[in-house]
Design a protein around this ligand. Structure first.
Ligand SMILES: Cc1ncc(C[n+]2csc(CCOP(=O)(O)OP(=O)(O)O)c2C)c(N)n1
Ligand code: SF4
Ligand SMILES: [Mg+2]
Length: 271
């Protein structure tokens, strides 16, 4: 019979040979650690984190004014170390327009959801884009009114189960989804339009590059910029948390397809 191995005791009488890494070490400077009220597996904090990392990396923390719409993401604005304005449902692009016109040196960014931007405030984003306002809009698209319980929105895809389409969205009964980024890209005032997602590490990295490009478009004064980001909402989709990234890929992602739809600045880039 083999002898019982001696227990390993960690040395505590001296500092460790290499420094410990704490959760705080991984947190961007503009995100305050602390509690928030979003569900486990929610994609929205991941998308917002990518946005504030870009703001930080471009050295824009003290110039940025973020205009938040109303949805689950609004609660996360308390955890951000940037100036935040709260807009009425769907009106953030117009508030950001006012910010930018009053303070041209400011970097005006909106954070909105699909319910906020597409169901409740579609005209605001379309007119702002058509006017070529020098603002950046970020739309977190989970295909539901998450905060109020998972109801169908204007971006819900056909067949998607929501609290108000229990048998799945039906084209005849409910109409078809609005593909927001595709719509905005058709407007002449829109200079940069892209659609990303946060359901995999690769997609988070791609989305962050899109956000950087959108903010740079504003800095260069080229016109309106929009990044739509597909985000997981396991609670509103009634799926298990661990299944949500795959659900996003198979359902929302199959209709709201990712990629850069427009980038007028690319023709002006130094080769
Ligand atoms: C004018 C107005 N209508 C409705 C509401 C209720 N409401 C608050 S949050 C919300 C859902 C927002 O959905 P979305 O923008 O998609 O954000 P999510 O919660 O999905 O992140 C609604 C309908 C409101 N606050 N104001
Ligand atoms: S309901 Fe959906 S969008 Fe809202 S916090 Fe939960 S997972 Fe996120
Ligand atoms: Mg939503």
């Amino acid at each position: 019979m083999s002898a019982t191995p001696e227990p390993v005791h960690l040395r505590t009488d001296a500092p460790p040979t290499r420094p410990a890494r704490m959760v705080d070490d991984f947190t961007p400077a503009l995100v305050d650690v602390g509690e928030h009220h979003l569900c486990p597996g929610c994609g929205e904090p991941v998308a917002i984190r990518a946005l504030v990392e870009v703001i930080e990396e471009l050295g824009l923390a003290t110039r940025t004014i973020a205009v938040f719409g109303i949805g689950c993401y609004t609660a996360f604005s308390n955890n951000l170390d940037v100036e935040v304005l709260q807009a009425l449902h769907g009106r953030a692009p117009s508030v950001a327009t006012g910010v930018k016109r009053a303070l041209p040196e400011a970097v005006a960014v909106t954070v909105q959801g699909d319910g906020d931007m597409v169901s409740e405030g579609l005209q605001e984003v379309l007119h702002s884009a058509a006017r070529g306002e020098s603002v950046t809009c970020v739309m977190l698209n989970n295909g539901v009114f998450g905060e109020t319980g998972g109801h169908m929105t204007a971006t819900t895809v056909l067949g998607q189960r929501t609290k108000t389409s229990l048998d799945g969205r039906d084209a005849a009964a409910h109409g078809r989804p609005i593909l927001l980024a595709d719509l905005v890209a058709r407007l002449d005032g829109a200079a940069y339009v892209a659609r990303g997602a946060v359901n995999s590490a690769g997609n988070v990295a791609r989305t962050k590059r899109m956000l950087r490009r959108a903010v740079e478009t504003q800095l260069r004064g080229l016109g309106f910029s929009l990044v739509e980001i597909l985000t997981m909402c396991p609670t509103g989709w009634f799926v298990e948390t661990q299944d949500a990234p795959h659900y996003l890929h198979d359902h929302l992602g199959a209709v709201h397809t990712g990629g850069v739809l427009k980038d007028v600045g690319s023709s002006e880039d130094p080769s």
